[in-house]
Write a protein that binds this ligand. Structure first.
Ligand code: SF4
Length: 454
């Protein structure tokens, strides 16, 4: 009864914004409620998309929100940063005869209704599922860690997150610019899990400030999830890469979000950003906002169709003035006698008709196609890898694999220390936020299973 009363309140509120509501309802009505759920099949979180859209059609917006939350802990975040055109919307059958249902718009609307009119009861765990209530520490507050904490709390466990940086969210906070994910949305989602009862401690470096051993043996945690991100940027491995004003995207973004700059701002007018993903676009757009910067070139070795960034991201970046230099290979960073960058030496590529392991057309260099672009700085954005394992523990002897990663059981994500689970981007590799959240949810299930057997 209470739920429908709340839904009525929301409907009353929406009367005020009836235009927006009408647009959303008409978009929802385009959904055919396909029994095979091709959209859900493309969603890393396996959200029951037709079901939440059906709730929207009935104007039951909290129901819609709760249906999303069965699989996705943070709808507001996903609706803003998921590449929907490559995930759920790419599976929509409506796409075959026109345009796909705008699932991201519907999800974003439902999430904003919740955030604006959120009901306290919805912030609490819906029910305690776990037979035993235990204490769990989550190390790292990126999407996998936050998601794991959310679902562990839903099971009813006492959950604490330990984050080594000053702000919560990992790459959600430090890696994604305000234009794509507003800090308010992130703060609201973090508040949501704090209201559920999850404790969050920042500036705590597990491995130096506190040992895993202490957490288990002294603080009494029954299980630990090590959810560590991939903060080590990959290199281009070309001549000149170690020059001043050549920076990687991790350093650039972290310093940018701290209000500092790793680049020498005074002398930089032209910047090359090398990469083709959403983060490269974010970096290029941010670079364009730096003082004195006149030109930002986004340099990618394949064509625009192979870019991992979404169509919308590309369109926005172009409209803001980012210059797209596609099918271009950066071969060398050229500096003058005092080590200042003057230009980059590039060559043109062409696509072959063969697909590579990423299922995109591979490319090859066109002979004698060298050319130069005058730039004063280069930001590399060609992916990230696991940094060296930062949690050293003198008491727990963890077993490492040949790549230096902690060995885990593939199914349970459990390490050789039964209480410690290991995951996040260090296991997944750099992934989308939705894939990391799905992983965090799975680890929460595994930890809950473990806790119920101890
Ligand atoms: Fe609706 Fe498209 Fe999903 Fe079919 S594929 S259920 S039309 S969103």
């Amino acid at each position: 009864m209470q739920k429908s009363y709340k839904n009525n309140i929301i409907n009353d509120e929406l009367e005020i914004n009836s235009n927006k509501c009408r647009n959303i309802l008409s978009e929802a009505k385009r959904c055919l409620n396909c029994a095979t759920k091709p959209c859900s099949l493309k969603c890393p979180l396996d959200i029951d998309i037709p079901s939440f859209i059906s709730a929207i059609k009935e104007q039951k917006f909290f129901d819609a929100y709760n249906r999303i939350c069965e699989k996705s802990p943070f709808p507001a975040i996903c609706s803003k940063i998921c590449p929907q055109n490559k995930q759920c919307e790419s599976g929509c059958v409506r796409k075959n005869k026109g345009s796909s249902v705008q699932i991201s718009k519907l999800e974003s609307f439902v999430a904003s209704i919740y955030d604006n009119l959120g009901v306290k009861e919805n912030n609490k765990p819906t029910k305690i599922i776990s037979a035993k209530i235990k204490k769990v520490a989550v190390i790292g507050s990126g999407p996998a860690g936050l998601s794991c904490a959310y679902y562990l709390k839903k099971y009813g466990h006492a959950v604490s997150i330990f984050e080594k940086l000053a702000k919560v969210g990992g790459m959600l906070n430090y890696g994604i610019p305000e234009s794509r994910l507003s800090k308010d949305i992130l703060k609201n989602e973090i508040k949501k899990i704090q209201k559920m009862g999850v404790s969050i401690y920042t500036n705590v470096n597990v491995g130096s400030d506190v040992y895993l051993y202490d957490l288990i043996k002294i603080k009494g945690f029954d299980a630990i999830f090590l959810s560590l991100g991939t903060w080590k940027a990959r290199r281009l491995d070309i001549y000149g890469e170690d020059s001043r004003n050549v920076v990687n995207f991790v350093d650039f973004l972290i310093s940018y979000h701290k209000g500092k700059s790793v680049l020498d701002k005074k002398s930089i007018n032209n910047i090359a950003v090398v990469g083709g993903g959403s983060v490269a676009i974010d970096v290029a757009r941010l670079a364009l906002t730096l003082k004195n910067v006149k030109n930002v070139y986004l340099i990618y070795r394949r064509s625009i169709n192979e870019m991992l960034a979404s169509e919308n991201e590309i369109t926005v970046a172009k409209s803001e003035g980012v210059k797209f230099q596609m099918l271009t290979n950066v071969k060398k960073i050229v500096t003058n006698s005092v080590g200042t960058i003057s230009k980059i030496l590039c060559s043109k590529n062409e696509l072959t008709n063969k697909l590579d392991s990423s299922k995109r057309f591979s490319f090859k260099e066109i002979i004698k196609s060298d050319f130069e672009i005058n730039v004063d700085a280069v930001i590399t954005c060609v992916g990230s890898a696991a940094s060296e394992f930062p949690v050293q523990d003198p008491y727990f002897k963890m077993i490492y694999d040949k790549n230096g990663k902690i060995q885990t059981n593939e199914k349970s994500q459990c390490t050789n220390v039964p209480e410690i689970f290991f995951g996040g981007d260090m296991i997944l590799g750099p992934s989308t936020a939705a894939a990391a959240m799905a992983h965090g949810k799975k680890v929460a299930e595994n930890i809950n299973n473990y806790l119920n057997t101890t």
